[in-house]
Design a protein around this ligand. Sequence first.
Ligand code: UT7
Length: 351
Amino acid sequence: MAIEIIGTGKAVPSNRVTNDDLAARIDTSDEWIRSHTGIGSRHLADESTATSDLALEAAKNALAMVAGFTENAESGTEKRDRAAVEAAKSIDFIVVGTATPDFIGCPSTACIVQHKLGANRAAAMDITAGCTGFIYALETAAGLLNLGRGRKRALVIGAEILSRVTDWTDRGTCVLFGDGAGAVVIEKTDAPCEGPGRRGLVQTLLYADGSGGESLVFRRGGSRNPFKTGEVIEKGIYLEMNGQEVYNFAVKAVADTAIALMQTAGIGADDIAWIVPHQANARIVQAAGKRLKIPAEKFYLNIEEYANTSAATIPLALDELNRNGKIKKGDIIMTIGFGGGLTYGGNIIVW
Ligand code: UT7
């Protein structure tokens, strides 16, 4: 029995903010941002949009693909929605990886999506694993399907509105992040998951190193440092990051995960069609590629357009590869995530 990806979708806000737009507001420049990160623009949600709204759009695109509707939403939202809602009835689990849920604690973003899709038989939950959120969510959903009990399909989403937790006066972080969502529908099929002709998710590795938790942290609002009634909040409400520490961790995490995935799946770099890494900084990917001696062209990067969209980055990239015809059946894809927690991990997927 294999767990195969049978549909992909994405959603990005239409508001595209370039480096020059930011440079008009804070002390930065297109040259600095591009040379230090590879980022050229980011898409930012308007005030009325929450993470579940982007998650829902990406989910509808992925579900509509399952129902045979592959056009972009713009070419027929109503038709797309009908196809998506029909396919949603077949979903057993919805798992959303996000660091920026609509609400702290509950309801989960996944439950909001479940309700709006009318996916009445689906159980729904969020996963908190920072930018590795999609990799963790995918393995959780696959594990649930592998328990059997007649369950066959899951919707797995990575979605973020990072612009809402970003300090727009801090040039050290605000230039890095963007908003977006990506989704996949996975199905348990009769194809083999190992040996000749293996398909789908053939390997997943998940890791955590909680000792580095303070280097990417939302310091306020949780049970450790709750907001207090009447308090005037002056600092600590935004995502704090120790950029250098995370950078060093990330280069090692990408390289170590890639080696471990290739070893455990019994493949070499030449067997892989695409490596889809989390994209926090193009320099992290380039440094890891150098360590691995894998050519840069193997890595699929869209950070220039979207910046770092945390848990959304990998499914968003998978949808672009899929819809743009850049992957064909049987291709081997490696995903690698890293981020808050600290967490990291990846998958080998035979498309
Ligand atoms: O997905 C979450 C995981 N996050 C990451 O993986 C991020 C990992 N870290 C990084 O990608 C990098 O550490 C950053 C991109 C955040 C920072 O790059 P850096 O090359 O480490 O820069 P830096 O923080 O050492 O700063 C170098 C200089 C400083 O100026 P001085 O002190 O040398 O005069 C900063 O003030 O660059 C300055 N600087 C900027 N200048 C213009 C920092 N941010 C900016 C900016 N524009 N936006």
